[in-house]
Ligand binder design. Structure first.
Ligand SMILES: Cc1cc2nc3c(=O)[nH]c(=O)nc-3n(C[C@H](O)[C@H](O)[C@H](O)COP(=O)(O)O)c2cc1C
Length: 209
């Protein structure tokens, strides 16, 4: 069992990491491995070249950190994306990274029912809208959004501020517990003959036909 952490801050060990690490500690205690994709901070946007949707499904034409993440997504049972809040939204490069990752990932159907959560750090405000943007990548992909005991919001300008935000830290730990529970329950279900639902495919109609 493994969870992939994506840290959308250019500050590798900053506030966002501090919050992610609080979740990570619980997952590790629960026997779940963790891995990071750190600071996709120089990621360029999707060019809509559609190379990734060609017959061979080779992934993104840019062949960078996005492509390096496919294998990590393949092998994980859940993901946690953390973002700093920039103007009440996720960091721009994280948005570019997620656009290209979710659009070009060759094994998209395997995301169905995988655990996913978004957390964000701001100095003062804008977390709700930032988490909304990130969470939409999960809900369009059939992932199971793991929640906690309050909003997944953490506050600070420096990591030591985050540690003082005691309720936020508690929320992170409970998120880790809920995610561990879900991942274990899903594994148990599979081992006991409860298969993932058969998903219907093939229809692709634009809104205006
Ligand atoms: C471009 C930019 C925009 C920001 N916008 C906001 C904002 O809308 N609300 C807020 O509370 N903090 C804002 N901040 C502060 C960041 O949220 C804060 O520095 C960051 O979450 C720290 O996390 P990190 O150490 O992981 O980078 C902004 C910072 C930058 C650089």
């Amino acid at each position: 069992m493994k969870v992939l952490f994506i840290n959308g801050s250019p500050r590798k060990n900053g506030c966002t990491y501090t919050a992610l690490h609080e979740i990570e500690k619980i997952l590790n205690e629960e026997g779940i491995e963790t891995e990071y994709v750190n600071g996709p901070s120089n990621v360029s946007p999707c060019m809509v070249c559609e190379y990734c949707h060609g017959k061979e499904r080779k992934g993104c034409v840019k062949n960078d950190i996005v492509n390096e993440t496919y294998a990590k997504l393949d092998e994980c049972d859940g993901i946690v994306v953390g973002t700093p809040v920039y103007y009440a939204g996720p960091s721009g490069s994280l948005k570019c990274f997620l656009d290209r990752l979710f659009y070009s990932y060759p094994n998209k159907s395997t995301l169905n029912l995988k655990a996913a959560a978004s957390i964000s750090n701001s100095r003062r405000g804008g977390n709700i809208t930032s988490n909304d943007v990130v969470t939409r990548f999960f809900s369009i992909s059939g992932m199971t959004v793991i929640t906690s005991t309050y909003w997944n919001d953490v506050h600070g300008e420096e990591p030591e501020d985050v540690l003082k935000d005691e309720e936020a830290m508690q929320t992170m730990r409970n998120l880790g517990r809920n995610m561990a529970y879900y991942i274990k329950a899903r594994k148990f279900a599979k081992e006991n003959g409860i298969e993932d639902p058969a998903i219907e495919k093939g229809k692709y109609t634009n809104f205006i036909r």
